[in-house]
Design a protein around this ligand. Structure first.
Ligand code: ATP
Ligand code: MG
Length: 563
């Protein structure tokens, strides 16, 4: 997989370079990532973080995190804390953590300034009326009857709004721009609304709150942001962004807004509203459910931060919205884990294998042999561990068939296979329960094949993983499938929830794991269960593992088909 440099030649980098060449910001580059603290960060936000912070890094500039906390109704400190933490986990360290609400006083002063210049007015109409008067494309706007209030009258009303004299919804402050503008954003947008609500950061200091368009660009300007990078849906807001800045006595050169395409993934929804709904209706267990596209969920699932960053960089920044295959992200996860994950043996659906000719020691108990096994063939520095082998083992239930069907080369009666790193064994008989199910397989081993190879050079077609029955530790393993079965959730019926996969998790209990997975594997670590995939040990619940991804790279086939 090619790994382009962050923003090497994309249109954002080109724009920044052009500004540097022209000396627009005296060579300065400053960006910010401005989430609203009304939910946890998701994979789409990761794309925005990598893009906005990456461009600052590329040009040796600075970048900050700004909590765009202008709406007290939906925001919470829980979200603020998680955002700060998730960004650090992703591997970025913003110079400062800033809050738009810290600029409420400055924003208010500027609002009075615009009122004084006759560029803003207090409207007493309700939201519905104002929005109806906006008109639409080809439909003229209607001017508010309050549009021509004098600056003095407006100033008095604005001050009384701030002082809390009026109830919610009774007045708004609007910019006085152009009710016939072709761009709807310019048809006298609302700047302030009254909300008698406590704010998680400013407490009860305010009862008027700025709307996004009034807060955002001004916050950028206050901080000295040079390039305000956001997603495409804000392109139509740019004229308004520029208009506000053009009217104000700014401390710096006005920032410049640049838009790029949102990241969407197949089988995935990222809207916070939808994610909240999944939690509220119990479809998932919370923001950190391993099926969630949140950074918390992906992290708990075992996705390395580096894989997420690499994916975001490799798909590049685009000017048109498109949906990327989730398999492409998984491919980055696999590439990274293949390098870093220690190999372990685990049997998810155990079947007992008894080796009848296994020797007993002087005390009459079966001998235990400790094999030294490499931790990661991709990285010899990861060293080795010892794995106990004895006369009673567990193998994977579907690695055995009493009578082998065509093309089945694993263990069956009379067939010899390799137990990885240990011995060659041949199955001889089975024990069945009353219903006729095989509950135990008996086998014989060849003592001359220690380490897994026959001295006479005879070959076997299968190498299987195993766990010593007496040493195995029990675990619960959760296997995940897509949360949404459709490529594009909601495309079929218009309702994304119609595409929920009812079987997105399979819980296996009584899985048998080699002992190193209990003592020598840190909570949160990701390992490879040989032949099965990558699995993350839960950070909180002991002996719970989540399947991160399987071993097969499905992206290779998909991208070949696309080419
Ligand atoms: P959502 O629609 O998921 O609620 P949002 O856009 O409301 O997301 P914000 O907290 O306002 O979320 O977003 C912070 C920044 O992250 C914004 O600049 C936004 O453009 C960007 N962002 C959000 N979702 C994506 C995405 N899917 N791809 C790229 N950037 C995104
Ligand atoms: Mg938003």
């Amino acid at each position: 997989m090619t790994q382009p440099q962050i923003g090497a030649t994309d249109f954002i980098a080109d724009a920044v370079r052009a500004d540097n060449t022209a000396g627009t910001y005296h060579g300065r580059v400053q960006t910010r990532f401005p989430p609203e603290p009304n939910g946890y960060l998701h994979i789409g936000h990761a794309k925005a973080i990598v893009t906005t912070f990456g461009i600052a890094e590329q040009f040796a500039g600075t970048y900050n995190l700004r909590l765009d906390d202008t709406n007290p109704d939906t925001e919470d400190v829980e979200y603020v804390d998680s955002i700060i933490d998730d960004i650090a986990w992703l591997g970025f360290h913003p110079g400062k953590v800033l809050y738009a609400s810290d600029y409420f006083e400055q924003l208010y002063e500027w609002a009075e300034y615009l009122v004084g210049k006759g560029l803003a007015y207090v409207d007493d109409q309700d939201t519905e009326t104002i929005s109806a008067q906006r008109g639409g494309f080809g439909k003229p706007g209607i001017e508010s009857p309050f549009r021509d209030r004098t600056p003095d009258e407006n100033l008095d009303l604005l001050r009384r709004m701030r002082a809390g004299e009026f109830p919610d919804g009774s007045h708004v402050l609007r910019a006085k721009i152009d009710m016939q503008a072709e761009n709807m954003q310019l048809r006298d947008p609302v700047m302030y609304r009254i909300r008698h609500t406590e704010h998680h950061h400013t407490g009860d200091a305010w009862c008027i709150y700025p709307l996004y368009d009034w807060a955002h660009g001004q916050s950028d300007a206050i901080e000295g942001v040079t390039h305000s990078i956001c997603t495409l849906e804000f392109a139509s807001h740019r004229p308004l962004y520029d208009w506000f800045l053009a009217q104000l006595p700014l401390p710096y050169e006005a920032p410049r807004q640049l838009e790029f395409a949102r990241l969407e993934l197949t089988h995935t929804v990222t809207s916070k509203r939808r994610l909240l709904q999944l939690i509220a209706d119990g479809t998932v267990t919370g923001w950190d459910d391993p099926r969630m596209p949140t950074l918390r969920g992906l992290r708990r699932r075992g996705y390395p931060a580096k894989a997420i960053r690499d994916f975001c960089v490799s798909i590049g920044v685009n000017k048109t919205n498109s949906r990327h295959s989730i398999e492409e992200l998984e491919s980055h996860v696999r590439t990274e884990l293949n390098k870093t994950a220690l190999r372990r043996m685990a049997v998810l659906r155990p079947l007992r294998l008894v080796i009848d000719n296994w020797p007993t020691g002087e005390d009459g108990a079966p001998l235990v042999e400790w094999f030294e096994v490499g931790n990661n063939p991709e990285n010899p520095a990861d060293g080795t561990r010892t794995v106990p082998f004895s006369g009673e083992l567990f193998i994977e239930r579907d690695d055995f068939a009493e009578v082998a069907p065509p093309k089945f080369f694993r263990l069956s009666i009379g067939r010899e296979v390799r137990l990885r790193g240990a011995y060659l064994v041949t199955a001889t008989s089975v024990v069945k329960d009353e219903a006729g199910n095989v509950v135990e397989v008996h086998a014989r081993f060849d003592p001359a094949t220690r380490g897994g190879d026959a001295p006479d050079g005879r070959k076997v077609k299968s190498t299987m993983h195993w766990v010593s029955a007496t040493h195995a530790v029990d675990a619960e393993v959760r296997l995940y499938d897509r949360l949404f079965s459709a490529d594009v959730p909601g495309e079929r019926t218009g309702e994304v929830m119609d595409d929920l996969n009812p079987n997105s998790v399979e819980v296996l209990t009584g899985c048998k794991l080699e002992p190193a997975l209990a003592d020598d594997t840190a909570p949160g670590a990701v390992v490879q269960f040989e032949r099965l995939g990558y699995f993350a040990k839960d950070a909180a619940q002991p002996m719970l593992f989540h399947r991160t991804v399987g071993l097969r790279d499905e992206w290779a086939n998909i991208s070949k088909r696309k080419a």
